[in-house]
Design a protein around this ligand. Structure first.
Ligand code: GDP
Ligand code: IMO
Ligand code: MG
Length: 423
């Protein structure tokens, strides 16, 4: 069967982890295809709150295989700690987790280089999660990276030492002070554990699964507006977060992708630097942050908050070919009296409904205002129970985007997920 794709359509943290976990019973395989431990995907069920960084969000269901695809960059220390944390709550994923040989490894020096690069940028810094993502993908593209498959070869340590030496030279050039010895040992210990796991030719695994009619869901990380090509460059991550990334990140042909499930918050957030046209600096912004508990799952940083931006959402829908929309964190707007949605940007007096080349600072969003529902939606379980104002909000977004909203999420818990009649 074709591979369905679930993607965040904004600047990340849309609630991908929650929805992948909710959808997993419908799938045999969940596969991550890009990004790395910069991601923080939160799942909540049975009073357990769990954050995953590298492991696909299908792990809490038996009988589902979870693949870390070749497009992912893996920090061995973080991966092992994730596996151990899952084990501590009774989920042993040793049997169900597969790792692609062609996935690249984040070295301890990649993290240091991330910090050194950000230091050099000063106030222009990207606001990276400092997990070594950018430097690792840089080495991949420069054809100098270390891959998971390399850990099985005899000259692995030799390759490792050559890269570390080159990174040390770069760190010295950047005048960055560091202490490396203990992290190298921890890293090598983690590699020893990974060597005992299921290391596979990911592209063969996934294509055999397709041929054998397995149901597969590709789980995106970050969001489309953080995509290296189509995001708010340079304030982006270093991978293709969009649906096209699934092909290179898993090794499947474009005609093997199926439904493209786009997920977005009923408002907008961004963590890290970069433009954000609908960002709020007033009480509404503060309410979104408090009600939505908008603090980073990976770094704990407060997330910047603002109104839903339909110019950006429509752009993400176009770039990804989204076939159905899932609206997340709707309950966060429950206490609001009015809600706004940006439908155009005014730039130098001119109205734009299409995403411009750059999201410059002088964008004035044009808003449509809605009377809010002012009702606790967190207990609702059916579309028909939703307040009329919320149904109008949904209808407006559907009409503007031309894509049906098939899930409305009204709380962090797996159960707080409302599906439409035509789901
Ligand atoms: P991801 O990176 O896209 O998986 O999203 P994160 O896990 O980083 O951030 C989403 C946050 O919102 C997490 O704390 C989730 O538990 C929480 N969450 C997800 N869906 C909902 C929802 O519908 N309502 C509320 N209130 N919280 C939600
Ligand atoms: P999930 O998968 C939100 C942001 C960082 C920074 C920029 C570059 O949980 O949605 P990087 O560490 O990649 O060099 O950071 O991208 N960023 C995210 N923001 N959610 C994420 O992942 C993110 N991953 C990276 O804050 O602005
Ligand atoms: Mg997240």
């Amino acid at each position: 069967m074709k591979v369905d794709v679930l993607l965040g359509l904004q600047w990340g943290d849309e609630g991908k982890g929650k929805i992948v976990d909710f959808l997993t019973p419908n799938y045999n395989v969940i596969a991550r295809f890009q990004g790395g431990p910069n991601a923080g995907h939160t799942l909540e069920f049975n009073n357990i709150k769990h954050v995953l960084h590298t492991i696909p969000s299908g792990i809490f269901h038996d009988n589902t295989e979870n693949l870390i695809g070749n497009g992912v960059v893996i920090d061995p220390i973080i991966l092992i700690s994730e596996i151990e944390k899952a084990k501590a709550i009774g989920t042993d994923i040793f049997k169900t987790l597969l790792i692609s040989k062609k996935a690249h490894l984040i070295l301890p020096t990649h993290r240091l280089l991330d910090a050194a690069n950000e230091n050099k940028l000063g106030k222009n810094k990207i606001g990276s999660t400092l997990k070594g993502i950018g430097p690792c993908y840089t080495d991949k593209v420069a054809r100098k990276g270390l891959r998971v498959g390399d850990i099985l070869s005899n000259d692995f340590i030799k390759k490792f030492n050559i890269i570390i030496k080159s990174h040390k030279q770069q760190l010295d050039f950047l005048e960055f002070e560091y202490d490396l010895e203990s992290s190298i040992q921890d890293w090598l210990n983690a590699i020893d554990k990974i060597r005992m796991m299921k290391i596979v030719d990911g592209e063969w695994f996934i294509n055999h699964a397709i041929t054998n009619n397995k149901k597969i869901l590709a789980e995106g990380a970050q969001g489309s507006l953080l995509d290296i090509d189509y995001g708010s460059y340079p304030f982006v991550t270093s991978s293709n977060t969009i649906s096209a990334g699934v092909c290179t990140g898993l090794g499947i042909a474009p005609n093997k992708t199926g439904n493209i499930l786009g997920i977005f918050k009923a408002y907008c957030t961004r963590v890290g630097s970069g433009p954000f046209p609908t960002e709020l600096f007033d009480a509404d912004g503060e309410n979104l942050r408090t009600e939505g508990n908008e603090f980073g799952s990976t770094t704990g940083r407060p997330r910047r908050c603002g109104w839903l931006d339909l110019v950006a959402l429509k752009y993400s829908i176009m770039i990804n070919g989204v076939s159905e929309l899932y609206m997340m964190k709707t309950d966060v707007l429950d206490s609001f009296q009015k809600i706004k949605v940006a439908t155009a940007y005014i730039i130098d007096g001119k109205r734009h409904t299409e995403m411009p080349y750059e999201l410059s600072q002088n964008i004035e969003p044009e808003y449509v205002e809605f009377k809010a529902w002012n009702t606790d939606t967190s207990k609702f379980s059916k579309f028909s129970e939703l307040p009329v104002e919320l149904l109008q909000y949904i209808k407006f977004i559907e009409e503007e985007t031309g894509v049906p909203i098939k899930i409305v999420s009204v709380g962090p818990n797996r159960n707080q997920t409302i599906i439409s009649d035509n789901f």
